[in-house]
Design a protein around this ligand. Structure first.
Ligand SMILES: [Zn+2]
Length: 339
């Protein structure tokens, strides 16, 4: 089968496509013919590598995918269209039994430490598949799966977002933030977005953001303070980290919540604890979602109430160009590979 993979860690230039052995499904696993796969930040991090990462090479990346069941689907007939939930869990540990499968003791992300969806064929447990209605394209489904479950679990479950609250989303243009803007809007919150340029802010407005702040033009922490009558916002979504976190703490109201599901600005940050305790702030982390939440949020995608934003689509053979685009800083939404 054809797949995209890398034999050594490095920049976009290490990505290649070629023929690799087909996966052999284990008992309980379905074999899926992948038709579309979407790129995520994690694809860059895995490709770059990090100290201590010992990945069997060559490695096929890819967390997001959608396609058709070929065999072994149990409840799914051959030919059934499906979208993949890339949050891999064991199904039997304390957390899985409690329905908190994204806390699984043996949790893994498809494509990160196990071979992923940038391949024509993928074998994975049936419970990782969700039936995909005919009105949703493979590209849309692949583009939605990781980012919408991530935004949903962070805002709705962990963040306990309520109608009427104010939410500040730090960053626009990326997949998770595009999803977070829509999830917050659907929950009845008033959405503020801080973005780095007019194009990204225009997209945020299109997705339902009401207050747009161009951080190239203004001190955004001060702007938020003024726009909320010196109160601050109820919730801040900060998936950047080091460069923005202190301003996020300032932008939150007393008793506010800071949500994070990632760190595009680097893994470490310093914070001034005086803000945290004196303002009664909660700093709330999460990653991915439970299977039940995945089904719920994808249901909203299937009915069109949430909309994945697709930046561009590349053929599998163009994977190197797709990775170069992922790193360009120009991306509006998701980059998709068509297989
Ligand atoms: Zn488990």
């Amino acid at each position: 089968m054809q797949a995209a993979f890398f034999r050594q860690h490095g920049g976009p230039e290490v990505m290649e496509t070629g023929s690799v052995p087909e996966p052999v499904p284990q008992p309980g696993e379905a074999l899926v013919r992948i038709r579309a796969a979407a790129l995520n930040r994690v694809d860059k991090w895995v490709r770059d590598g990090w100290p201590g990462l010992k990945l069997p090479l060559p490695h096929i990346p890819g967390s997001d995918g959608a396609g058709e069941v070929l065999s072994g689907g149990g409840q799914f007939q051959p030919g059934q269209r499906v979208v993949i939930n890339s949050s891999l869990s064991c199904g039997v540990c304390e957390f899985c039994v409690a329905g908190q499968d994204n806390l699984c003791e043996r949790w893994a992300l498809l494509g990160e430490t196990v071979p992923g969806a940038n391949a024509e064929l993928l074998a994975l447990p049936e419970r990782q598949l969700l039936a995909l209605p005919d009105n949703v394209s493979f590209e849309q489904a692949a583009a939605a799966a990781l980012v919408f479950q991530t935004a949903w679990h962070s805002l709705i479950t962990r963040g306990q977002l309520r109608a009427g609250e104010t939410v500040l989303i730090v960053g626009a243009g990326g997949g998770v933030n595009s999803a977070a803007i829509q999830v917050a809007g659907l929950a009845g919150a008033k959405v503020f977005v801080v973005g780095s340029d007019a194009r990204k802010l225009a997209l945020a407005a299109e997705l339902g953001a009401e207050v747009l702040i161009d951080r190239s033009q203004a001190d955004w922490g001060r702007q938020v303070f003024q726009l909320t009558n010196r109160r601050g916002v109820d919730v801040v979504v900060d998936n950047v980290g080091a460069p923005t976190l202190m301003t996020s703490l300032r932008a939150a109201r007393k008793g506010g919540r800071i949500l994070t599901v990632g760190n595009t600005g680097g893994p470490r940050f310093e914070l001034d604890n005086r803000y945290l305790f004196a303002k009664h702030l909660s700093l709330i982390g999460s990653t991915m979602s439970t299977r039940a939440e995945f089904a719920a949020v994808m249901g909203l995608v299937f009915t069109g109430r949430l909309r994945p934003v697709i930046d561009s689509t590349f053929a599998l053979a163009e994977v190197r160009a797709a990775h170069a685009r992922l790193e360009s800083g120009e991306v509006l939404g998701k980059i998709v590979l068509a297989l």
